[in-house]
Design a protein around this ligand. Structure first.
Ligand code: NCD
Length: 326
């Protein structure tokens, strides 16, 4: 899929947030800086920001989600927006209404933003191409394609712990093939000038175009972890697998599972990340999930500030009157 051009306005500013691919460093830094500015409201529960007062945000989730949906909802509420959660499993889409009919009906309720999660790659962009011009679309994960706000909360977590990206070695480990998080992280890390981006996976769990992504490929976990500053573990996405890509979960753990012994090959102050949900004992040992290097729950917290930042930036670019920082 080519980078989306429709997410930028004529001045090159974000009007939707569909993918990280194709954005400039300044777009990413703006999101990270804005998220830091909003983190008092996001993380320390300071008084709500009035930034999106009077705006309506619709969460449109066609796929399950816990972290992403709830943090989008909290983010919108902490910016004083009204939030509507459309539960697709009980909605008319299941009675044969097409995606566009569903969108048209919700549009008729005078809303300002759709947050979309869908199992089909390109779904968020499709919606962005068809909504009324005043509505912004944020991609909350489309198929195997992109999960841009997850990438930005991952970047916020890395920047907080490690500072400059240029000096870092980052390893992304596991089911890269099915992971929209891996793709978005790889684009974000490269745009931010990360020293070295590695992917570590068996051949069967790497996409065919991995050679074009600007990463170093490792098939051996212990080689791939050596000397890294950041380890991003991926969930084994068994629901997306067709056919036998893996021998068994326990053999996978033997070869690719992150244990404390293996983590000792990374830098002594390396951090361990995972987008969740975690298969404990499949991609990671529980002792590492709950251990001192794990920043997995911080990632969840950062999701609120990053999603607030993206909402404020996108609607701010559309409405010059939306300028308040906090
Ligand atoms: C990820 C997703 O849904 O893409 N989870 C998330 O958003 N926190 C990763 C996954 O499902 O493994």
């Amino acid at each position: 899929m080519t980078p989306s051009s429709i997410q930028l306005d004529a001045d090159g500013r974000l009007r939707h947030f569909l993918t990280v691919e194709g954005l400039k460093r300044r777009h990413l830094v703006e999101i990270l800086d804005r998220a830091e500015a909003l983190s008092g409201v996001a993380e320390r529960r300071m008084t709500k920001s009035p930034t999106l007062h009077g705006k309506t945000v619709v969460n449109l989730f066609f796929e399950n989600s816990t972290r992403t949906r709830t943090t989008f909802e909290l983010a919108a509420k902490r910016l004083s927006a009204d939030v509507l959660n459309v539960n697709i499993s009980t909605s008319s889409t299941h009675k044969g209404e097409t995606l566009l009919d569903t969108i048209r009906n919700i549009e008729a309720m005078q809303v300002d933003m759709f947050v979309v999660r869908h199992a089909v790659s390109g779904a968020a962009e499709f919606i962005a191409r068809h909504v009324a011009p005043h509505i912004a679309v944020l991609n909350a994960g489309d198929g195997r394609h992109a999960h841009p706000t997850q990438a930005m909360l991952d970047m916020m977590t890395i920047r907080r712990h490690k500072g400059e990206f240029a000096n870092l070695r980052v390893a992304i480990v596991g089911d890269v093939l099915h992971s929209r998080v891996a793709r978005s992280d790889i684009h974000a890390l490269n745009i931010l000038g990360t020293g070295e981006v590695r992917v570590v996976a068996p051949k069967t769990l790497l996409p065919a175009d991995v050679g074009t992504l600007g990463v170093h490929v490792f098939h051996d976990l212990e080689h791939g972890l050596r000397g890294v500053d950041v380890v991003i573990m991926l969930r084994l996405q068994r629901e997306r697998m067709s056919g036998a890509l893996l021998p068994s979960a326990s053999e996978y753990f033997q070869q690719y599972g992150l244990t404390a012994e293996r983590l000792a090959l990374a830098q002594p102050d390396a951090i361990v990340m995972h987008p969740g949900p975690i298969n404990r004992g499949v991609e990671m040992d529980s002792a590492v999930v709950d251990g001192p290097r794990s920043v997995i729950l911080e990632q969840v917290t950062h999701g609120i500030a990053v999603r607030m930042a993206v909402m404020a930036i996108v609607l701010g670019n559309r409405h010059p009157d939306i300028t308040e920082e906090t």
